[in-house]
Design a protein around this ligand. Structure first.
Ligand SMILES: NC(=O)c1ccc[n+]([C@@H]2O[C@H](COP(=O)([O-])OP(=O)(O)OC[C@H]3O[C@@H](n4cnc5c(N)ncnc54)[C@H](O)[C@@H]3O)[C@@H](O)[C@H]2O)c1
Length: 307
């Protein structure tokens, strides 16, 4: 499989490429970046490690020509969130840049069934724009959505309860942003329902709040998030590449699940070679359902302002 990473010279794009190098699930990676030198440097650096990782080819350019023949295009190019800025405030700065990228993608020849994975923020809004762009069918457009938030939440819950992160199952759904919703009613710790702990909602409130602010904290500390988002992107690309139909909280155009439609946000979704295989209706309590509807509304309000 050939994956192109638009913004591959940047922090998120290059960390995604690095995660994919260890993942070994794609054969070819093309790094496109308006900063051609950065993309070339990343590609050379990755190539240097090939003898100790896996057999892959790397190309780079500031020209979209190298995207021809891709099976998956991951878009990470974008402006970074300022520490005091919400993801939705980024919308105005990022939409025109993103539309320019979509215009470039209209001019390249993607393979049949190719998917577009949007990572740039605000990811749900940009995923919706990509799905409207008619480059590939709507169901072949996914956003990273709350995959990263879910990954962060599981790790931070594990720290709180002194467990391995892989033993904690908990989802965050809705917007990748301020209105994200933790689904606590079905969360488990080593197979034990979180809800069996007295006052569990109050106990984990601080953990959730830190999860929600974690992205801004990483930006404050090191300038931008990269490692966890890189492995989150790898998780999605792996499910596409191997057609594993893994259920992931990716963002996609919703069509009525839980009564949500006409907006892209994250719900549990089977991800396969051609993108969305099925959106799965999660079991949620009334408060969680209400939170997801609020998330949809806040995204629709933003979408209305830009279209
Ligand atoms: N969805 C998520 O979970 C998540 C997590 C972290 C970051 N992000 C988002 O990812 C994006 C990138 O963040 P970053 O830290 O890597 O920023 P960065 O500045 O390090 O990298 C962005 C790269 O995009 C390139 N670029 C800009 N416009 C381009 C264009 N038109 N064509 C090709 N390349 C272009 C830049 O040259 C740069 O190398 C931001 O929008 C950020 O908010 C999303």
């Amino acid at each position: 499989m050939k994956v192109s990473i638009i913004g591959g010279g940047g922090r998120v794009g290059s960390d995604a490429a690095y995660a994919l190098q260890f993942g070994g699930v794609v054969r070819e990676m093309a790094l496109v970046d308006m900063n051609g030198d950065m993309a070339a440097g990343e590609a050379l650096d990755l190539r240097h490690g090939a003898s100790l990782t896996c057999n892959q080819t790397f190309t780079s350019s500031d020209d979209y020509g190298i995207v021809d023949g891709s099976d998956c295009v991951v878009i990470t190019a974008g402006l970074r969130r300022r520490p005091d800025e919400t993801r939705l405030e980024l919308v105005n700065r990022n939409v025109s840049l993103f539309k320019g990228i979509l215009e470039h993608l209209k001019g390249v020849k993607l393979n049949d069934g190719a998917t577009i994975v949007v990572v740039s923020n605000p990811v749900d809004i940009l995923t919706h724009l990509a799905a409207q762009a008619d480059i590939v069918p709507q169901s072949q457009v996914l956003g990273l959505g709350t995959v990263l938030d879910t990954c962060r939440f599981r790790s931070l819950l594990a720290d709180h309860f002194k467990l391995n992160a892989t033993d904690v199952k908990a989802l965050i759904l809705g917007e990748h942003g301020d209105s994200m919703v933790p689904i606590l009613s079905s969360a488990t710790l080593g197979g034990v329902p979180l809800s069996s702990i007295p006052n569990y909602e109050a106990e984990i409130q601080e953990v959730f709040e830190f999860t929600r602010k974690s992205g801004a904290e990483v930006i404050r500390l090191k300038g931008g998030a990269g490692r966890a988002v890189g492995v989150s992107i790898k998780e999605v690309v792996e499910s596409i590449s191997l057609n594993t139909e893994k259920v992931l909280p990716v963002s996609s155009w919703q069509k009525g699940t839980l009564g949500i439609s006409d907006i892209s946000l994250s719900l549990p979704t089977k991800v396969g070679r051609k993108g969305v295989v099925q959106v799965i209706e999660p079991v949620v309590n009334d408060m969680e359902r209400e939170g997801l509807h609020k998330s949809a509304k806040s995204l629709k309000d933003v979408l209305a302002q830009i279209s």
